[in-house]
Design a protein around this ligand. Structure first.
Ligand SMILES: *Cc1c(COP(=O)(O)O)cnc(C)c1O
Length: 405
């Protein structure tokens, strides 16, 4: 039995970089009755979401939707395109890149992991020139795919995907380009077709503002051609039947009907606001958040200002202060969840999510919770991050002209 005071008053601040807060509009859309997934109404819904999601990936090519978390779509990208023993070039940008590499090993691939040593690699993005250099050495074309993470959610560092494309082309190498933008999609600018990406992997519970449970593979014609010869075992993840049945708006199995209602609503919200406006809003909030961190006198995990993530900000805690203890104080006192430090950064950082259903005042409340929690934890602060963020946000507004009464 739940006790009556199980839920604290007011709303919980879910400021982790995914799952992000689900807007009421989406929750309501998801509450419609589940329908026959072979009936005519479903076919219309299927066609609508399959067309809409292409606009978010900026592609005219197929986007496969799985009833799975992002990890499933990672596996789908690899098993549809590769064969046992294939060499894949991966890049260590953080915890998620590391998990994807572990998956590649478990599947029987041979990943090569480029990156800077120690924590440095977790503070910078992919160095495209190192990828070009490695591909140039591979004159026999042993490397079958280059796999990179666009927005490394464990650190708050992005990578320049267009530069990786240019590196592959400059080396004249036929490897596929496979990109994880699970946390970047619909928050950070992304261009599947223009950047020549062969498989883009994404998920529902970050920028798309949906609950966890569906994930995506946007694919190129080159990736589809590779899938005809790829020999890794695949059945559930196989693109072939899904893409075939999607042409009429259906799936070979029971899709996640209610999450597709939610996706339809999310697409309406995002395309209604306008993708460029959505990206600009994320940049504005991220910039104010970073000003807060600087005013506190704390360090931003991302060491390259050109690569700051619009999705989240990683905040490094000073030596002697356990970031998870600070997160616990904030959770217990202010009913707010912040992202934990993952892998190499465990205890040394926390992550502030500012993605999806976020605006100036949700950010200000978030930063106020952080500032109060940091003070309670006894972290010496140089100044007020809240004031710095307010100044930043106000400076980004145009001043209204007021007439004297
Ligand atoms: C969230 C995330 C994943 C994992 O997705 P799940 O839905 O948890 O399986 C992988 N990569 C990145 C960059 C992510 O942000």
């Amino acid at each position: 039995m739940l006790t009556l005071d199980f839920h604290p008053a007011g709303r919980h601040f879910l400021q982790i970089p995914g799952p992000s807060p689900v807007p009421d509009r989406i929750l309501r859309a998801m509450s419609y009755p589940t329908i026959d997934h072979r009936g005519p109404e479903f076919g219309a819904l299927g066609l609508q979401v399959l067309a809409g999601i292409k606009k978010i990936f900026k592609t005219v090519q197929p986007v496969v939707i799985y009833p799975a978390s992002g990890t499933g779509a990672w596996e789908a990208a690899l098993t549809n395109t590769l064969s046992a023993g294939d060499t894949v070039l991966m890049y260590e940008t953080g915890h998620f890149a590391t998990l994807w590499k572990k998956m590649a090993e478990a599947l029987g691939l041979k990943p090569e992991f480029l990156g800077l040593p120690g924590i440095e690699g977790w503070r910078h993005g992919v160095q495209a020139d190192r990828i070009e250099q490695r591909l140039r050495q591979d004159s026999e074309h042993q490397i079958k795919a280059v796999c990179v993470v666009h927005n490394e959610t464990s650190t708050g560092v992005t990578s320049d995907i267009a530069a990786v494309r240019r590196a592959i082309d400059a080396a004249g190498h036929p490897a596929l380009l496979i990109v994880d933008t699970i946390s970047g999609l619909a928050s950070a600018d992304y261009r599947h077709d223009e950047w020549g990406v062969d498989v883009t992997v994404s998920g529902s519970q970050k920028g798309l503002m949906l609950p966890p449970g569906i994930s995506f593979n946007a694919v190129s014609q080159k990736a589809i051609a590779a899938s005809k010869n790829a020999k890794l075992p695949k059945a559930f993840w196989d693109w072939t039947d899904i893409i075939e049945m999607n042409q009429a708006g259906y799936w070979p199995y029971t899709p996640n009907t209610n999450l597709l209602y939610g996706l339809s609503e999310a697409l309406e919200m995002i395309l209604g606001e306008g993708l460029d406006n959505v990206f600009a809003r994320h940049q504005r909030l991220a910039s104010a958040c970073r000003d807060a961190v600087r005013a506190w006198g704390l360090e931003i995990q991302c060491a390259d200002p050109a690569l700051y993530s619009p999705v989240l900000t990683g905040v490094m805690t000073p030596p002697g202060f356990d970031a998870d203890a600070i997160r616990k104080i904030i959770y217990e006192n202010f009913n707010m969840s912040l992202g934990t430090g993952l892998g190499k950064m465990k205890g040394g950082m926390f992550r502030i999510g500012h993605l999806g259903e976020a605006n100036d005042l949700t950010l200000m409340a978030t930063l106020a919770g952080c500032e109060m929690g940091l003070k309670l934890a006894g972290v010496p602060l140089a100044g007020s991050g809240v004031v710095a963020a307010m100044d930043n946000l106000a400076a980004q507004k145009s001043k209204p002209v007021l007439k004297a009464a």
